[in-house]
Ligand binder design. Structure first.
Ligand code: C5P
Length: 403
């Protein structure tokens, strides 16, 4: 089952004493855990305890021929559904951020395509150091989920940010980040469109919108974590490419439509999350438009309507299960109900973007899913959590439609 196999990387910090409890809780939540220790982790926790509690032989050494014979490190990297590193010390974060692979754990990080979650733990001054901040920034850009640390009393006696999250919080954040444990989309072929499109006015100007792509990328990742084979047709965004997802970059609505139609025949479920420009300039000027006296104080531009991508897919002889998205500023539910019918969609997800704290560029969202049998509202939470819930709900609706 997807999401169930955890490689638990343990760094050499005092918080490692909590990892036997973390292993117990992961196992109790139904997960199969293989602990991997760094060399210094052995000073804080024993392989015997971790092997007993996980039921799996602890791994620690890249050069352990016996262990490599039973499951080589690349095999272990492929086995993992999630790489969870707790505690992640300052030194370990630095090695991960720089792509070093000088021990088993850092090699696994480079070799796995599974999502990686790190739970940092260190002295408050080490956490506040610009070098650590730089490394954390780099890891986030590389798509690593960073959970914690939290504020509190530290083993060194100081009080401040740097404590590793408690094992129960790590388990709940793991579930929220990676989605449900069950393989709700195993082998299903999913297409996601995300981000804005850019419609060229001249070589240096274009029409676009405020879409960040965050919700679409989160859906692609949630579907991947649920076992789907995911393709992501993306407009221009400033987000790292999700691991294990085939990404097809496009710029204009016409390019997005062509890429989608090219794939649509081999797709089971399509999430049209992209904010596709409704209109484009009737012609893109070959040279930069000059500001001249002749043009006067105002100029005008003729626009022509872009094709509706979802409607084009819906018109195919055997369309995939189609999920549209509607960002509304007025009467969201009423407008979305009409949009679902007009575009012949199986389901539509609506959010009220008049509230600036949700939707578009924010990290949170609150949405309502409308389909033929009813509606469900998902309360405000992170876009990753909304994505997990939507993927679960859509996989159930898709299974129902198929039977
Ligand atoms: O009509 P509106 O643009 O609000 O509809 C939004 C939904 O339709 C989104 O799912 C978006 O990806 C899709 N769409 C499309 N092609 C367009 C415009 C929007 O597929 N040209």
């Amino acid at each position: 089952m997807q999401g169930k196999r955890i490689v638990l990387g343990i760094g050499g910090g005092i918080a490692a004493y909590k990892t036997p409890s973390l292993v117990r809780q992961l196992v109790a939540a139904g997960m199969d855990v293989i602990p991997v220790l760094t060399e210094s982790a052995h000073h804080f926790v024993t392989a015997t305890v971790l092997t007993t509690l996980s039921g799996n032989r602890v791994r620690a050494d890249l050069w352990d021929l016996d262990a490599e014979n039973s499951m080589g490190h690349i095999e272990l990297a492929r086995w993992a559904d999630t790489l969870l590193i707790a505690p992640a010390t300052a030194n370990l974060l630095a090695r991960l951020a720089h792509g070093q692979s000088d021990d088993l754990l850092t090699t696994l990080y480079l070799a796995t395509t599974a999502p990686t979650i790190v739970a940092p733990a260190m002295n408050v001054e080490m956490w506040n150091h610009t070098a650590t901040k730089r490394n954390i920034g780099a890891l986030k850009t590389d798509g690593v989920h960073v959970i914690g640390p939290e504020h509190g009393e530290q083993a060194c006696g100081e009080i401040g940010l740097g404590r590793m999250l408690e094992p129960e919080d790590i388990v709940s954040q793991l579930l929220a980040t990676t989605g449900p444990i069950s393989a709700s989309m195993e082998g299903i072929r999913v297409l996601v469109t995300a981000g804005p499109t850019r419609e060229s006015i001249d070589p240096v100007r274009y029409i676009t919108n405020a879409s960040s792509g965050k919700q679409g990328y989160a859906i692609a990742e949630a579907a991947r974590d649920a076992g789907a084979v995911v393709r992501l047709v993306s407009g221009p965004v400033a987000l790292p490419s999700p691991r294990g997802v085939q990404q097809i970059p496009v710029t204009t609505a016409a390019e997005m439509k062509a890429a989608v139609l090219d794939l649509a025949g081999d797709i089971d479920i399509m999430f049209g999350v992209a904010a596709v420009a409704d209109y484009r300039p009737i012609r893109s000027e070959p040279h930069k438009i000059k500001k001249t006296q002749q043009n006067g104080p105002s100029i005008s531009m003729d626009l022509v309507e872009n094709d509706d991508i979802l409607a084009s897919v819906a018109a195919l002889p055997d369309p995939p299960y189609l999920v549209g998205f509607a960002a509304e500023t007025q009467n969201p539910i009423k407008n979305a109900v009409h949009k679902r019918e007009r575009k012949c969609l199986d389901a539509i997800v609506v959010n009220d973007v008049s509230d600036r704290s949700i939707g578009f560029d924010s990290d949170e969202n609150e949405v309502t899913l409308l389909h033929a049998d009813g509606e469900t509202t998902f309360d405000r939470s992170t876009k990753a959590q909304i994505a997990n819930k939507l993927v679960s709900a859509i996989s159930a609706l898709y299974a129902k439609k198929r039977t």
